[in-house]
Design a protein around this ligand. Structure first.
Ligand code: FES
Length: 759
């Protein structure tokens, strides 16, 4: 839009007239009347009470909105989200809107009415200058309304059910031939942390799977794996390989005639080595989908099964299938796997009667082949060796201890533990029940498990030597989906779990990649009930993201300027950038507008829509127009969530600051290019510059604050060499609650600069 056509509506709200105690609103209004593009002014004292009726007069008369009043970040009554609703009502684009924070970082932090009014005039002018240069927000609504759920355990199944009920098509991909995941291997399931009772997977497994498969919107592919992922035009293009369909599930009637004639017997993976199966068979009787499968690499293609199949369901020449499909969102429900216990040589896993907890479940399922042990020893806790607590082992042990003492009265049960973590009501009562029933609990460190005489095992601890004829080791659990997580560009913690998108407390299922979710045990250890909760919750979250979004801040690239250095590609925390022979490409539908790429682009090929350097400089040019020359001018760049909120809380909590302090709300702290800081000083637009970002490990864009911290260390050396005179450039980690520190830093900068100015 040509500048001469811009029509801005200004709303001046005095917050119940309280701001007028510190700011002369008449002067603000007079000043605004002289600004050529402000065509409408509305003054009020209670906009938040009924914004629509206050602002309806602006409808159709203005194309941009400038709101001057409380903080869009911190106001409890009129925050950013509410402002967006007002913009919708007025038909104004989210990009064509700015605010001047006259309350939290102006009226509340200053005392002198004249100087505070002067600052308010500057803040108004800064917002006005910026608004003139703003552009419409990027809008992305072409999200494919189809979701890929990877992992057919209970979390994935629950998520698929939820999405299907919301009318979304789901493709569920599971690498095993059956659905239900680990639940199918656990004969007894505890019900919840609050209810000390058990259910059986033979009942629940088929129910959960059936309920999913009966949804019209769900297509489930078993024996299938994801092999390729690409992001294009805001969606995910994936390649999925399906094992050959040797047994057609549409024709198979599960009669079992094929199994009866199959001559080949192999180890049954489902039974973890305790049972065999035929090459054509079901993994377990209640496996769903209810169809037989062939273990391809073990099949001799003798054709006996083909001969006896009454429905012609078997085709030994069936080819592998590769399917390409596009999805708008992805749910990673890839579950866990067990740590290889051979790594703990001292615990004797090589002996046949030393098993893992999961293996014990299968032994229990088969009633110990009618030879129950005389004495079982549970050895808990390898957390010191792997670095974390797997959370479920102590709880599972309590379940086993109680059930063993009920079902096998002649079996002695002892639990060797270092720290017993029976959190929750049910597990404490399981533990008490186990103790009452005679289960032994010994707090000790097990040093070794050795083979004794006649199949007995010796458990050597720091408190003596004990015996058992079955030892159960609590195996640490590890994430099973690290490869897939990486394929989608999702960041992982030190152990391979996906990291949640910050703030993780309120975005527990989102990852750093837009529309990629992690749920169930894929993102941390959960029991069945918690995994189901996580899947059900994710469905609603995913559904909402499929509506698309408007994004005011987004990086765009002028490809002809790209030097293909690849820096942007390596630092983008959201996987929004790709590179080909023509250069870097940014997919705005995956960009979160953090600005890390923007501030790092050496050729200035990247632009950060609505927060570019020239816009910042335009604001800086007018930021101190009303500041007396002897006052040190301090300009703070505060990151969008943490540091800016701390800035607001200074006012809310009654901190007092010199009136010559201004702030600009930026995206991530790393979106500020050192060139801008240098330019501000070179042009003498400020005396002190403070850049503040989230505390360590809390940056909303993963490593932005670390990057900026390191950048400022280098910048400090460069500035020292160039010689800044008395100017100060400072970097700080400032979290929301660190408002006292922020206030202290600003006052101390002011003091130092003041002394320098007067010397
Ligand atoms: Fe605060 Fe990155 S978002 S420093």
């Amino acid at each position: 839009m040509a500048k001469e056509q811009i029509k801005i509506g200004l709303v001046l709200c005095s917050c119940g007239k309280t701001l007028e105690e510190r700011i002369d609103f008449r002067r603000l209004e007079d000043h605004a009347r002289k600004l050529p593009h402000i065509t409408q002014i509305i003054t009020c004292s209670d906009l938040c009470k009924d914004p629509e009726s206050h602002l309806k007069g602006l409808k159709g008369k203005v194309d941009r909105l400038l709101f001057a009043g409380c903080s869009e970040r911190s106001s409890l009554s009129f925050p950013e989200d509410r402002l967006f609703k007002v913009l919708d009502f007025l038909g104004i684009d989210q990009g064509l809107f700015e605010t001047a924070n006259l309350k939290e970082q102006c009226a509340l932090v200053h005392e002198d009415r004249e100087a505070t009014t002067a600052k308010a005039l500057d803040l108004l002018q800064m917002a006005y200058e910026k608004l003139l240069t703003n552009r419409k927000a990027h809008s992305f609504t072409e999200v494919k309304k189809e979701v890929l759920v990877i992992g057919g355990g209970v979390a994935g199944l629950s998520c698929a059910q939820g999405l299907a009920d919301l009318g979304i098509k789901v493709t569920l991909v599971e690498k095993k031939p059956y659905l239900g995941g680990h639940l199918c291997q656990l004969p007894l399931l505890w019900q919840s942390e609050g209810y000390a009772s058990v259910c059986t997977s033979e009942c629940l497994g088929p129910v959960i799977v059936r309920e999913t498969l009966l949804r019209d919107n769900v297509e489930a592919w078993t024996s299938a794996q994801l092999v390729e992922v690409a992001k294009r035009n805001g969606n995910f293009f994936v390649k999925i390989e399906k094992e050959p369909l040797w047994v057609d599930p549409e024709k198979c009637i599960s009669c079992g005639k094929c199994t009866a004639v199959c001559p080949e017997e192999i180890n049954n993976e489902f039974e973890l080595g305790f049972k065999t199966r035929k090459v054509i068979d079901k993994d377990f009787a209640l496996a769903m989908p209810d169809t037989y499968n062939i273990v391809g690499e073990a099949c001799t293609k003798c054709g006996e099964c083909v001969k006896v199949c009454p429905t012609g369901a078997i085709n030994l020449e069936a080819p592998k299938e590769t399917i390409e499909k596009e999805f708008g969102a992805v749910a990673l429900a890839t579950g866990y796997s067990a740590y290889d216990m051979h790594a703990f040589e001292n615990l004797g896993y090589k002996w046949p009667n030393v098993v893992t907890m999961l293996e014990f479940e299968r032994l229990w399922a088969h009633k110990f082949n009618n030879k129950p042990p005389i004495s079982i020893a549970f050895i808990l806790c390898q957390k010191d060796k792997v670095g974390y607590c797997s959370r479920l082992c102590c709880l599972a042990t309590m379940k086993h201890a109680v059930r063993l003492s009920m079902a096998y009265l002649g079996t002695e049960v002892n639990v060797y533990y270092q720290s017993l973590r029976t959190c929750g009501r049910a597990f404490e009562s399981f533990r008490r029940e186990a103790e009452e029933k005679g289960v032994g609990f010994l707090q000790t460190e097990v040093q070794r498990v050795e083979q004794g005489e006649e199949g007995w095992l010796k458990i050597i601890t720091d408190q003596g030597e004990f015996e058992a004829d079955l030892v159960v080791l609590a195996e640490p659990l590890v994430p099973a989906g690290a490869r897939l997580t990486k394929m989608f560009g999702v960041e992982q913690d030190a152990y391979g779990f996906p990291i949640e998108f910050q703030p993780r407390l309120i975005r527990p299922l989102e990852t750093n990649v837009e529309r990629v979710f992690a749920l169930g045990t894929a993102k941390g250890f959960k029991d069945i009930q918690e995994s189901i909760e996580s899947g059900q919750a994710a469905a609603l979250k995913i559904y909402n993201t499929l509506k698309g979004r408007e994004q005011k801040f987004v990086s765009i690239i002028e490809e002809e300027k790209c030097s293909r250095c690849g820096i942007c590609l390596s630092i983008c925390p959201h996987g929004a950038i790709s590179m080909d022979e023509k250069g870097a490409h940014i997919d705005p539908a995956f960009c979160k507008g953090c600005g890390l790429c923007y501030a790092s682009c050496a050729t200035k090929a990247i632009r950060l829509l609505n927060l570019e350097d020239y816009q910042i400089l335009k604001m800086a040019e007018v930021a101190f127009a009303q500041t007396p020359p002897h006052e040190p001018r301090i300009l703070a760049f505060l990151c969008y969530w943490c540091s800016y909120a701390a800035g607001d809380l200074m006012g809310v909590n009654g901190e007092k600051l010199p009136e010559s302090f201004r702030s600009i709300r930026i995206r991530c702290s790393a979106s500020i290019n050192p060139d801008v800081v240098y330019e501000i000083f070179r042009r003498d637009l400020a005396d002190g510059v403070l850049v503040a970002g989230c505390p360590p490990k809390n940056c909303h864009h993963l490593w932005g604050n670390d990057m900026q911290n390191r950048r400022f260390k280098l910048l400090g050396q460069v500035f020292k060499e160039i010689g800044l005179g008395h100017k100060i450039a400072r970097w700080e980690f400032i979290g929301v609650t660190m408002w006292p520190q922020l206030a202290k830093i600003i006052r101390s900068m002011h003091q130092t600069l003041k002394e320098a100015k007067s010397s």
